[in-house]
Design a protein around this ligand. Structure first.
Ligand SMILES: NC(=O)C1=CN([C@@H]2O[C@H](COP(=O)(O)OP(=O)(O)OC[C@H]3O[C@@H](n4cnc5c(N)ncnc54)[C@H](OP(=O)(O)O)[C@@H]3O)[C@@H](O)[C@H]2O)C=CC1
Ligand SMILES: CC(C)(CO)C(=O)C(=O)O
Length: 293
């Protein structure tokens, strides 16, 4: 299969590197990473270790059977516009947050929703570290069976990736949103690792954010119980206790965060009060504005 990764950063390089063990893979990203991969290949390190030689470019190729979108959520509209030039047979977001699939579907046919619990970081150009083996779940964005998702899952599995087809993606996306809405801004604002959310008062802040997400999901017709949202949050806090969340890393580095697609998306879709998500979003946006000072 011709697989295209749009956004060869941490996650995209890892997924692309793993896929390249079985498929023809093109990484689309930016220099100096792309130049380094072209020169010496992509070194995958950490939990799995190998070097692979995918095609590496800064623009999209002419065609692709399957495209994975792994840019940060604020770059999704640009990714959709760029991918429209090669019209992939199917395109799947592996990003965090809500709204990525709608944004891609405005430009592309056959868009799939995906979640990914692999962990990745990019220590240097040409290298990607797998910080944790997880699972990729794919399916139709509105739920129900999807032949395209089945084909994409088979492609991932044949490359040795733990992948499943989920016909209940809306619930899976909202449950992941509850986890990110609780953990990401709370750790970013408090300047702590994920494990610090096991205890009050931060546990209280993060779990109330997750409960609000469940209530908004229910209004949207997704049966996510508040207790399930909090249990998901607590289990990720425990499993990733030593992680610095992506938003804490972004705030630490003074770079743009995914707040709009996470807590911002909850506030935008709420028809009732979501004071914790609203407050967390306002505080993170204030930090982002402060970078310029
Ligand atoms: N890292 C992880 O472990 C996980 C991440 N995720 C999610 O996956 C998504 C990606 O995260 P992550 O990999 O960490 O982010 P990164 O910032 O590491 O990767 C995104 C990459 O896309 C590049 N990019 C953006 N726009 C373009 C463009 N128009 N053309 C070419 N390249 C482009 C960026 O380049 P530049 O930096 O120069 O802008 C960057 O290298 C996020 O939604 C995240 O929440 C989900 C699960 C795990
Ligand atoms: C699961 C979690 C919270 C792990 O850190 C994550 O997805 C992130 O940091 O963005």
């Amino acid at each position: 299969m011709e697989i295209l990764i749009f956004g060869a950063g941490s996650l995209g390089s890892l997924v692309g590197g793993l896929c390249a063990r079985e498929h023809s893979v093109t990484l689309v990203g930016r220099d100096p990473h792309i130049a380094a991969v072209r020169e010496s290949g992509l070194a995958v390190e950490g939990v799995v270790e190998f070097t692979t030689h995918p095609e590496a470019r800064t623009t999209v190729p002419e065609r692709a059977d399957l495209a994975f979108v792994t840019v940060k959520s604020f770059d999704t509209p640009a990714a959709g516009r760029a991918l429209a030039d090669c019209s992939p047979s199917m395109t799947c977001s592996l990003q965090n947050g809500l709204g990525n699939e709608e944004s891609l579907a405005a430009q592309l046919d056959t868009v799939l929703a995906g979640t990914c619990t692999y962990g990745a970081r990019r220590p240097a150009p040409g290298r990607v570290e797998c910080t944790g083996i997880g699972e990729i779940a794919l399916g139709a964005p509105d739920g129900g069976p999807s032949a395209a998702a089945e084909r994409a899952v088979e492609a991932l599995q044949s490359a040795g990736i733990d992948a499943v087809h989920d016909d209940g993606m809306p619930k899976r996306l909202w449950r992941k949103l509850a986890v990110n809405a609780g953990i990401n801004p709370t750790t970013a604002l408090a300047g702590v690792e994920n494990g610090a959310l096991a205890d009050d008062p931060l546990h209280d802040v993060a779990s109330e954010a997750a409960r609000e997400v469940a209530r908004v999901a229910q209004v949207q017709g997704v049966e996510l119980a508040e207790s399930e949202a909090v249990a998901a949050l607590e289990s990720v806090v425990e499993a990733t206790a030593r992680n610095t969340s992506s938003m804490a890393q972004d705030v630490g580095a003074g770079t743009k965060t995914e707040i709009d697609a996470i807590n911002g998306a909850v506030v935008d879709r709420a028809d009732g009060r979501v004071p914790v998500n609203r407050t967390l979003a306002a505080l993170i946006r204030a930090r982002e504005r402060g970078y310029a000072d």
